[in-house]
Structures are given as structure tokens and as C-alpha cells.
Design a protein around this ligand. Structure first.
Ligand code: NAD
Length: 476
């Protein structure tokens, strides 16, 4: 069993001031795979003080030197790929191939996206010939991350913060802290100046809210639930720090009658990926009525073909969900779906057949879901898809927008004009069409209760900057 009680503060691994142990559970086995310690106010204060002390020097370090250290970190991240994949597999239950390839890969994909965006990025530029506009690092940042795509989220925050000259304290999810502890080892190995990057483990009510309300923290960059995003915004209000939020979602996948023949199957697979634990999952499939009956057959077949299996085995199967809490929440929502009258097409309550250990959920599909049902509205965060018919383009748009969220919507049609028309009308930060993914460095973020931040690439770099306007010193 792994014991990782220390925190990374001011370039050293240090013991917590007053240790509170917490078990990390491998969701595939329900067994303890590691023990960490949760920090308290004294640990948070020490990390914030280290970040503050390091800020002036790091902000003044030439950009090329900061970028060279990020490149070095990227090389170490690649060299230690297997270790990182294993940490993610154990802490959050992603099957081996998903953990080692997609989960690990999301980190390097974003890191490279930032390196591309930094090439030629103008931190200072002229305005109307006489003024100059400068982007400067905002200062000390608290980075609070979730468990579902752990390295994806840490890289999306730590790399741009480092690049622009901010210093930081990372508080990863207490449920999945092992990948972040390894990331801190990599930062150490790359040789960043002490205090630039600090890590304190802790829970939301402890280190999370201490960072959010800390007078010496200039910005919180948060990814996680809308519930916690609201709590953080309130905790940050007294110090008026910047709060950048990447929150939940309830994405619509609008499938018109003229969509390509794989559209339904692709939508089901996408919804089930990572055991349904993605904020941008297409969880509400809306199908044009003339294709509805056929779509239900295809969706049922695709869900039944989705294998559920151990995380230690290679393959394209899905693994467990992250915790007992999540498992129970998903079971409750499946039960509510049945009680409220949705048609259960595939899956349902309980573990998959033959499985009696681990937080495994049956890939589940509901049909005839209506807007008054709980499963139409609530983010389930499990392998559960809701399907419903629509009659007109206007109705599809109205249904897609009938949610408090606005992260990613999906549109499937072979009519280019219609695809663009609908993409312009849906209220979300991202729209993916016909199964084509976005480029790295394209901004990730949401409308409405999906948050207010944009991460990745040039937009993600600007998030960590203040804008300064200077007159009377024109640029050559
Ligand atoms: P969570 O909100 O429970 O926890 C996320 C992080 O916030 C953890 O580090 C946790 O300790 C911390 N936290 C919790 N309460 C806090 C508080 N009051 N103050 C400060 N910190 C607090 O979310 P989770 O269960 O880890 O992750 C799942 C959620 O994350 C889902 O809702 C999902 O949609 C969302 N998510 C969003 C994105 C995005 O970019 N939009 C990406 C991934 C996940």
C-alpha cells in the first residue's frame, strides 16, 4: 500500500502540521490503495506564503526560461507515462488502456496546446499607436481540481499559470490525489524554483475553502461540481479574488433524421466513456421523430455491447464509477427514472451480471424521457443515457437549451447549413458536430451554471493574467 502523507511546499516534501489520515480507495476492488493526509489551515498558510514569496522572482523570470522548464516537465511527464497511468487507474478506476492512453494523454495534449499557443503569444502590444497593453500574471493562484479527468484538469490550470509567471497551490481531489502527487514529483524533478508550485492535499471544507477565502490568494481556478463552484464563489467574495469556474453539464446530442448512420452508436459510446464521468458527456440524446424507433434499437444494442470489466485488463471496456457515494447516487437516479415513467431500454439497477465487488454500474439507457423528469435535468455522472424524440429544428433547439447547464452540445446532420444554424442557437461554450472533436488549444468552458472560465490554449493563458494599459510610452 502506498503511503503519501507529505505535501510539496516551497520545493520540499514536508509533513503536515497536524496529520489527519484519509484512505484512498481503489473503486475496482473497494480496497484501500493508499493513505494520504488532509491538510489544515497551518498547511494552507505555509503553502500560500511560499507561493507569495516566490511570486516576484518567478514573474520576472524571462518567458523563455519559464517555457524551457515547462518543456522539461513535459518530457518528464512522457518519460513517467506508465507510473502516471497506474496512479490514475488505481485512484479513479479508469481501465488500464483508458488510464494510460486517454487520461494520461489528455495532460500531454493540453501541455502541447499551451506550448503552441505560447509561440508568438503577445504579452505586450500597441494600442492605437500610442498606448501599450500588457498582460501580467495575476499572482498567487489556488487550483482546485476534481477526480474524473485528473491530469487533464491539473495541466489545464498549472501549465498556463506557470507560463505567465503566476505561482500556485494545487489542492487536488482528495478522492484521486495520487496522480497530482506524482505531478508534484515531476515539477520537482524539472527544477522549477522553490515555491512556484505547491501542493496541499485536503477536502473541500478544509483546504478548499481555506484557499478560496485566503486574503493572500489572488485567484481560484476551480473545476468540479456546480454546488462547490457556488460555495467557492461565496467564500471568495469577501476578498474579491478572481474565480474561474469549470462546472457540470447536461449536454444535448441532437440527431436529425439525415445524420450519418453511426450517429446513434457513436453517441451511446461517447456517453458511456469514462463510465459516464465526464462533464461534457452527451447525456440527453434528442432524435428526430422519423428516426426515433430505429434509434432506440441502435442505442439498446450499443449499450448492451458496452462491456464492463476490471481496470487491470486491457481493452475498450468501461470500469467502475469512482466511489460508493457516486455509485449510490447513480442507483438512486436510475430508480427515480423508472419511478417517474421513463422506459428502461438497457441496463438498470444493481451491478452488471456476475460482478459482486467494485463500484460497477450497468450501462443504462432510458427512452421517452420528458422535461419534467429528474433524469432530464440532473447531471447523473454515470453510464446513463436519456433519449427523447423531437419534431422540428426549433423544438430541438428549445429542448437543448432547456437546462441550467451550457457546457457542450452535439449536433448530427449531414446538412451543413442546418449544422451551423443550430450550432449558433444552442447556448453552450462548445458545440461538437458529426463526431469531430475540437483541436487542442480550443477553449474549454461553459455558459450558465456550467461556469465562466475558458481553459486551454491562448484563452486559457489569458485567464491567469491581469490587463494593464500604459499611456505615453509607445512601442517602437
Ligand atoms: P466536487 O465539486 O465535489 O469536487 C471538486 C473539487 O472541489 C475537489 O477537489 C473537492 O475537494 C473540492 N471542493 C468540494 N467542495 C468544496 C468547497 N466547498 N470549497 C472548495 N473546494 C471544494 O466535484 P467532483 O465530484 O470531484 O467532480 C465531479 C464534478 O466536476 C461534476 O459535476 C462534473 O461535471 C464537474 N466537472 C466539470 C468539468 C468542466 O471543465 N466543466 C470537468 C470535469 C468535471
Amino acid at each position: 500500500m502506498i503511503e503519501k502523507r507529505q505535501f510539496y511546499i516551497n520545493g520540499e516534501w514536508v509533513d503536515p502540521v497536524s496529520p489527519h489520515d484519509m484512505d484512498v480507495i481503489d473503486p475496482a476492488t473497494e480496497e484501500v490503495c493508499a493513505v494520504i493526509s488532509l491538510g489544515d489551515q497551518a498547511d494552507t498558510d505555509a503553502a500560500v506564503a511560499a507561493a507569495n514569496a516566490a511570486f516576484p522572482g518567478w514573474a520576472d523570470t524571462p518567458l523563455e526560461e519559464r517555457i524551457a522548464l515547462i518543456r522539461e516537465l513535459g518530457e518528464i511527464y512522457t518519460a513517467r507515462k506508465e507510473e502516471m497511468g497506474e496512479a490514475i487507474r488505481m485512484e479513479m478506476g479508469a481501465p488500464k488502456d483508458l488510464a494510460h492512453n486517454n487520461q494520461w494523454g489528455a495532460g500531454s495534449w493540453h501541455l502541447n496546446g499551451f506550448l503552441d499557443a505560447l509561440e508568438g503569444f503577445e504579452f505586450e502590444k500597441p494600442y492605437k499607436g500610442k498606448d501599450r497593453m500588457r498582460l501580467e500574471p495575476i499572482g498567487v493562484c489556488g487550483l482546485i481540481t476534481p477526480w474524473n479527468w485528473p491530469m487533464n484538469q491539473v495541466v489545464l490550470k498549472a501549465i498556463p499559470a506557470m507560463a505567465v509567471g503566476c505561482t500556485m497551490v494545487l489542492k487536488p481531489s482528495e478522492i484521486a490525489p495520487l496522480s497530482s502527487l506524482l505531478f508534484a514529483e515531476m515539477v520537482d524533478e524539472a527544477g522549477f524554483p522553490k515555491g512556484v508550485f505547491n501542493l496541499v492535499n485536503g477536502d473541500g471544507v478544509g483546504v478548499g475553502s481555506q484557499l478560496s477565502s485566503h486574503p493572500d490568494v489572488d485567484m481560484i481556478s476551480f473545476t468540479g461540481s456546480t454546488r462547490a463552484g457556488i460555495a467557492i464563489s461565496k467564500a471568495a467574495a469577501d476578498t474579491l479574488k478572481r474565480v474561474s469556474l469549470e462546472l457540470g453539464g447536461k449536454g444535448a446530442n441532437v440527431i436529425f433524421a439525415d445524420a450519418d448512420e453511426k450517429a446513434v452508436k457513436r453517441g451511446v459510446i461517447h456517453c458511456m466513456q469514462n463510465s459516464g464521468q465526464s462533464c461534457n458527456a452527451p447525456t440527453r440524446m434528442m432524435v428526430e421523430r422519423s428516426r426515433y424507433a430505429q434509434a432506440l434499437e441502435e442505442a439498446k444494442a450499443a449499450a448492451e455491447a458496452t462491456q464492463v470489466g476490471p481496470t487491470t485488463e486491457s481493452g475498450r471496456h468501461i470500469g467502475p464509477v469512482v466511489s460508493e457515494l457516486q455509485y449510490n447516487k447513480i442507483q438512486d437516479l436510475i430508480e427515480i427514472g423508472i419511478k417517474e415513467g421513463a422506459t428502461l431500454l438497457a441496463g438498470g439497477l444493481g451491478r452488471p451480471e456476475g460482478v459482486n465487488k467494485g463500484y460497477y454500474v450497468r450501462p443504462t439507457v432510458f427512452a421517452d424521457v420528458t422535461p419534467d423528469m429528474t433524469i432530464y435535468r440532473e447531471e447523473i455522472f454515470g453510464p446513463v443515457l436519456s433519449i427523447m424524440p423531437f419534431d422540428t429544428e426549433e423544438q430541438a433547439i428549445e429542448m437543448a437549451n432547456d437546462t441550467v447547464y451550457g457546457l457542450t452540445n452535439y449536433i448530427q446532420t449531414q446538412d451543413d447549413d442546418k449544422r451551423l444554424r443550430v450550432a449558433r442557437k444552442v447556448r453552450s461554450g462548445m458545440v461538437e458536430t458529426n463526431g469531430i472533436g475540437r483541436q487542442n488549444g480550443s477553449p474549454f468552458g461553459g455558459y450558465k451554471q456550467s461556469g465562466n472560465g475558458r481553459e486551454g490554449g491562448a484563452w486559457g493563458i489569458e485567464e491567469f493574467c491581469e490587463v494593464k494599459a500604459i499611456s505615453g510610452v509607445p512601442m517602437e
